[in-house]
Design a protein around this ligand. Structure first.
Ligand SMILES: [Fe+2]
Ligand SMILES: [Fe+2]
Length: 191
């Protein structure tokens, strides 16, 4: 049957963790690997991908980031003149700021003040800048651009629209992962 995977299926969190680590291990230099590993905090593996739109379950954010990174890397590797490390790092970091946007509200998840006042795009970019001080300025800025542009248009919260192939790939990989789950409030597996 078609449409059974990944729609409606939560991937076990230890599998997500292993696949994310493998993606980081493939990055070409130590400074970039260390900067990307900074994403893997305790809350990153707990938080949902959104409050109501996609990946709304515990572990949803990590699964969404895994899907975006695997898709982005796959596409980037098949193009010419595309920086796979930039795409991979930006995919890993793009929604990290959701750890600020989304708060626990008893048993549920809700948008906090950060969602209205700052928004995750800015926070993801500034956290990436903090974590990547030992990475070359060129890679840092290219990744920052991809993070800032990942919603595609200003009206969806991006301060800048995608200007590079890497940024377009990150944006479309993000959309693809989000759309696949858009009408699935909770898959089997995670509570
Ligand atoms: Fe986002
Ligand atoms: Fe996303």
């Amino acid at each position: 049957m078609i449409n059974t995977y990944p729609r409606g299926e939560a991937i076990p969190i230890d599998v997500i963790r292993g696949r994310l680590q493998r993606l980081v291990n493939h990055l070409p230099d130590l400074a970039l690997r260390k900067a990307c590993e900074a994403v893997f905090t305790k809350n990153f593996f707990i938080w949902p991908g959104s409050v109501s739109k996609h990946h709304v379950w515990v572990g949803g954010l990590a699964q969404h980031v895994l899907e975006v990174t695997e898709t982005g890397k796959h596409v980037a590797e098949r193009g010419t003149g595309i920086s796979v490390p930039v795409v991979a790092a930006a995919c890993l970091w793009h929604d990290f700021g959701k750890l600020w946007d989304i708060i626990r509200n008893g048993d549920a998840w809700a948008h906090g003040e950060h969602y209205d006042r700052v928004y995750h795009i800015y926070r993801s970019a500034t956290e990436w800048e903090k974590a990547s001080k030992k990475v070359s300025r060129e890679i840092r800025d290219n990744v920052t651009h991809c993070i800032l542009a990942h919603h595609g248009e200003r009206k969806y919260g991006s301060p800048v629209e995608p200007k590079t192939l890497e940024a377009r790939i990150v944006h479309h990989a993000d959309m693809l992962s989000a759309w696949v789950y858009q009408d699935h409030p909770e898959p089997k597996g995670h509570k």
